[in-house]
Design a protein around this ligand. Sequence first.
Ligand code: 8ID
Ligand code: ZN
Length: 354
Amino acid sequence: MGIPQTQRAAVVEQPGPDGKCVIKEIPVPVPNDDEILVKLSWSGLCHTDVHLIKGDWGNMGLNMTAKVSGHEGVGVVVSVGKNVKRFQVGDRAGIKWVADTCGNCEFCTNGVDELHCARQHNSGATTEGTFQQYVTTSGRYATKVPDGVSDEEAGPILCGGVTAYTALKRSEVKPGQWVVLPGAGGGLGHLAIQYAKAMGMRVIAIDGGNEKGELCKKLGAEVYIDFLAEKDIAAKVMELTMYGAHGVVVTAASRAAYEMAPNLLRPRGTVVCVGLPKDDFRAGGTPMQMVLKKLNVVGSVTATMKDVDEALEFTARGLVKPILVKGTMDDINSFVEKMLAGQLPGRAVIDLWA
Ligand code: 8ID
Ligand code: ZN
């Protein structure tokens, strides 16, 4: 396949409160012996990209050192390093937040914890991301995209979908039990509704505005609570569930959502922390609440390669379908503003060639 010398990319010139993407012509990277070169077609836009572009996490030591953001990229392999056995030219490949791990440490080898590898690389943060037409990535850690999942749908599953899926598993909510989803109309949340339904859970969706409400209901939430309109969300959840919900998965990057979460739970319930607000505070309830209700507060970070394969399988089987707002590289900045205003239902995906 003819591989050009240069390509279009959305480059983040100065991450920070005024951070923006600028479209530039940059060199097409060359894979090393362990890498593949992927000609990307689509990339999802995750709120994590927004946090990084806007420098939200600088106070926590997490800054973009890469120039190009994005970590939900899908495309076709156009070149393969000589040590790579898993991919051939023409295969489809997906690039995730964790772009690569060392493969050798305790966390990489115990089968369930590779996300804690201290030597991992993160797409769009510490290694170049997916808002470009060509990207080099690990031939060992890239995901194989199954038939039956289009490129534009696979992208949002690679972070948003699989993060929602593993967070729901972390909640330990069982079929027939209640899960509350603050942030349900956003990228992770609208996929969480669908995974929760497929896993047999009963969903109470929380987000802001009618458009998100309609989306949440359409995707299978039994109840939608508008946090912009409802004064006493906890009372409403108690009324619906009698003793409170079994789990709350907080995908909203909001202090208010985290402060509310323990109040929505029944005894032995679980808050799963997923959203990553820029302000520094503690997640969890008061000691009295934690003790008397025997609550659990756990965190969940994206997903292992195995979880990603499972999450994609739900889409291949028609159980989880990302709701897409489609645009081009020129739309990234306006999508970022819409997400910050809470006005982007579902997931924005970028057609990298339009
Ligand atoms: O591995 C992880 N833990 C992980 C993976 C991927 C993303 C964590 N994240 C983090 C992102 O960095 C971000 O902080 O999850 C958060 C949500 O990402 P997203 O779903 O991509 O963002 P979004 O599409 O903007 O959706 C957020 C939703 O939350 C709602 C908004 O209206 C929006 O629909 N929301 C907010 I902000 N405050 C709310 C509140 N108080 C609220 N919904 C209910 N109650
Ligand atoms: Zn993400």
